[in-house]
Design a protein around this ligand. Sequence first.
Ligand SMILES: [Zn+2]
Length: 97
Amino acid sequence: MYNIKNIMETLAEQKLDEIIDDLNCCSCEKCRTDIITYALNHLPPKYISTVCGKVFAESEILSDQYGADVITQLVQASNIVRVNPQHDAKVLSEHDM
Ligand SMILES: [Zn+2]
């Protein structure tokens, strides 16, 4: 089954794992997700085709090409999340809405 996927999403997750220890930022799931979300909103999406969820070799090339951009955005995002972490923010349940 063929699918499309934004490879930047995968890249952002991979790169964050690599640099999270150096970011001096909370690494809870909420903050990690916020960092990735911010970074992805500031990066152009790069869609690739996948088969059965597996990406083709071109993703390696994209990683080399865009890895530095991804890291730049992740570092910026971590600066924002560090100052203004959202992990205690109230999550609205359907009941509240
Ligand atoms: Zn956190």
